[in-house]
Design a binder for this molecule. Structure first.
Ligand code: ZN
Length: 254
C-alpha cells in the first residue's frame, strides 16, 4: 500500500515541507490566473517570458527530485549534467504548448512531493550536491524548492509580491542572501535593517555604513534584486544621519 503521509517524523521538517507545498500551491494559483496567451508576456526577470519562468520551475522540481532520489538510493544523480544543459532545457521548455507547459509544472511538482513523502527519516541527513557544487543534506532540498516557488510566483508578474510570502520564508531568504554576500565580501559598508524587528544583517562593523532599512517584505525583495513590481516598498537608505535619495542596488545574489 502506498503511504499517504510523509514518512519523516521530524516536526521541524514536516513544517518545512508544508511551507514548500504551500509555495507550490501559491505558484499554481498565480499560474492558473494567467490565460494561455498571457504566458507569452514578460516576467519580472530580464530576458525571460512567463513561459521561461514556468519551464524553469518545472525542471527545477525534477532536478531537486533527482537529489532526493540520490539521498534515498545512494546512486549519484546530479541536478543537471551542466549549467549549459539546464539553460538549454529552459529555452526548450519555453517553446512547449501552454497545456504541455502547465502539465510540466503540475507533474514535476507532484513527483517531487512524492519523493519527499517517501524518504524515510534515516535518509534525510544523506548528502547530495547542488548545481553550485555545495554539499548539503537532503533536508536542504526542501528549502531550495521553497525559495524557488515563492520567489518565482512573484516573478510571473501578475500581481504577487513579496508581501505574499510567509515571514519565516522571507527571514530565511534574507539570511541566505546576506550570508552569500558576506562569504564573497560583497557587502562591505552595507548594513541591512528590518524595521519593527531586531533583525540586522551585513557589514555591522563598518565605521561609516550605508544602512538600507524597511519592512521585511520590502527589504527581502530589494536584497533578492527585485524592485517595486515585486513589492520592494518602504525601503530607504541612509549614510550616517543623512537620508540618501537613491537606494543603492543590492549586491548580486546568485
Ligand atoms: Zn530559479
Amino acid at each position: 500500500m502506498v503511504a499517504r503521509a510523509d514518512q519523516t517524523t521530524d516536526p521541524g521538517l514536516q513544517e518545512e515541507l508544508l511551507q514548500a507545498r504551500r509555495g507550490t500551491a501559491f505558484f499554481a494559483r498565480k499560474l492558473n490566473e494567467l490565460t494561455d496567451g498571457e504566458l507569452d508576456g514578460g516576467s519580472l526577470l530580464p530576458g525571460w517570458t512567463r513561459r521561461h519562468v514556468v519551464a524553469h520551475v518545472g525542471y527545477n522540481a525534477r532536478a531537486i527530485a533527482r537529489l532526493v532520489e540520490w539521498a534515498g538510493t545512494g546512486v549519484e544523480t546530479p541536478m543537471y549534467p551542466s549549467i549549459a544543459v539546464r539553460d538549454h532545457e529552459i529555452n526548450f521548455g519555453a517553446t512547449l504548448s501552454p497545456i504541455a507547459l502547465r502539465n510540466l509544472f503540475d507533474h514535476s511538482a507532484v513527483h517531487l512531493s512524492v519523493e519527499w513523502r517517501d524518504l524515510p527519516d534515516r535518509d534525510w541527513a544523506n548528502e547530495v550536491k547542488t548545481i553550485q557544487g555545495r554539499t548539503v543534506p537532503a533536508t536542504e532540498t526542501v528549502w531550495m524548492r521553497t525559495r524557488e516557488v515563492w520567489i518565482h510566483a512573484v516573478d510571473l508578474g501578475n500581481g504577487a509580491t513579496f508581501a505574499d510570502i510567509p515571514e519565516p520564508v522571507l527571514e530565511r531568504l534574507l539570511r541566505d542572501i546576506t550570508s552569500a554576500w558576506a562569504n564573497r565580501g560583497t557587502d562591505a559598508g552595507l548594513v541591512i535593517r528590518v524595521t519593527g524587528t531586531d533583525l540586522v544583517f551585513g557589514d555591522t562593523n563598518a565605521a561609516h555604513p550605508v544602512t538600507v532599512s524597511g519592512p521585511l517584505a520590502g527589504v527581502a525583495a530589494w536584497a533578492a534584486g527585485r524592485t517595486a513590481g515585486a513589492g520592494c516598498f518602504g525601503v530607504t537608505a541612509a549614510g550616517g544621519t543623512e537620508v540618501l535619495s537613491d537606494v543603492p542596488a543590492a549586491p548580486k545574489w546568485i
